[in-house]
Design a protein around this ligand. Structure first.
Ligand SMILES: *[C@@H]1O[C@H](CO)[C@@H](O)[C@H](O)[C@H]1NC(C)=O
Ligand SMILES: *[C@@H]1O[C@H](CO)[C@@H](O)[C@H](O)[C@H]1NC(C)=O
Ligand SMILES: *[C@@H]1O[C@H](CO)[C@@H](O)[C@H](O)[C@H]1NC(C)=O
Length: 187
């Protein structure tokens, strides 16, 4: 029995890894193409302006001689806001006739609940207690008895049974069959 448990744990630990990695990758990607907080804190890699011009590296002098440089030294050409007076992210451009231009990085879609949680189609995939959700269409470690109408080819929090307490998911933790997910209401 002990041997069997050990084998199960081994299988589960190798099986769970891809999900952990996917979640991390999604978080990184998220930061690159949208703005999560104030512009000054943007650390993404957008490198073209609102009209599509390529940004100039901050630490080179051509075609434009920068008068502002980000604190990290600017060994890159990513949109930044290294000043107090601009209205948002910008960069010097590689077009010699356009010294600088704003970048169009949009705000991240704040994940929030607009109303009835049964209608939620977002990508939250963690429970309130920080457990990673299990895909709805797999049967390890838990055998689902409820599956979202879309077939559940993902591990996002859902509310397939109209639970009055809202979103939930099965978890990848063998010891925790399922858990509620926390998502703030949109204002
Ligand atoms: C910048 O934003 C405007 C308005 O949202 C949009 O029409 C335009 O295509 C965007 N430019 C780029 C380069 O994405
Ligand atoms: C540089 O910018 C000007 C003004 O927007 C534009 O007319 C010109 O085509 C651009 N040149 C290049 C090489 O993109
Ligand atoms: C949420 O939507 C479901 C399905 O449309 C419906 O059955 C349920 O009554 C709704 N719940 C609330 C609290 O409105």
């Amino acid at each position: 029995m002990l041997v069997l448990q050990l084998v199960v744990v081994l299988i589960l630990s190798t099986w769970a890894t891809p999900f952990t990695i996917t979640t991390q990758l999604e978080e990184v990607k998220h930061g690159e193409d949208c703005l999560d907080g104030p512009s000054a804190s943007y650390e993404g890699t957008r490198s073209y302006t609102s009209t599509g011009l390529t940004c100039q590296r901050w630490n080179v002098m051509t075609p434009h001689k920068p008068s502002r440089v980000p604190e990290d030294g600017g060994h890159h050409n990513y949109c930044r806001k290294p000043d107090l007076d601009s209205a948002g992210l910008w960069c010097y451009t590689t077009n010699s006739s356009v010294r600088w231009q704003y970048c169009n990085v949009s705000k991240c879609q704040n994940d929030c609940l607009t109303g009835n949680s049964t209608l939620y189609r977002g990508k939250l995939s963690k429970t309130y207690s920080d457990k990673i959700c299990q895909r709805w269409d797999v049967r390890i470690p838990h055998i689902p008895n409820l599956i979202p109408t879309d077939g559940g080819h993902h591990n996002y929090c859902r509310n397939p049974d109209n639970d009055p307490r809202g979103l939930w998911c099965y978890t990848t933790d063998p010891a925790t069959r399922w858990g509620y997910c926390f998502l703030p209401k949109c204002n």
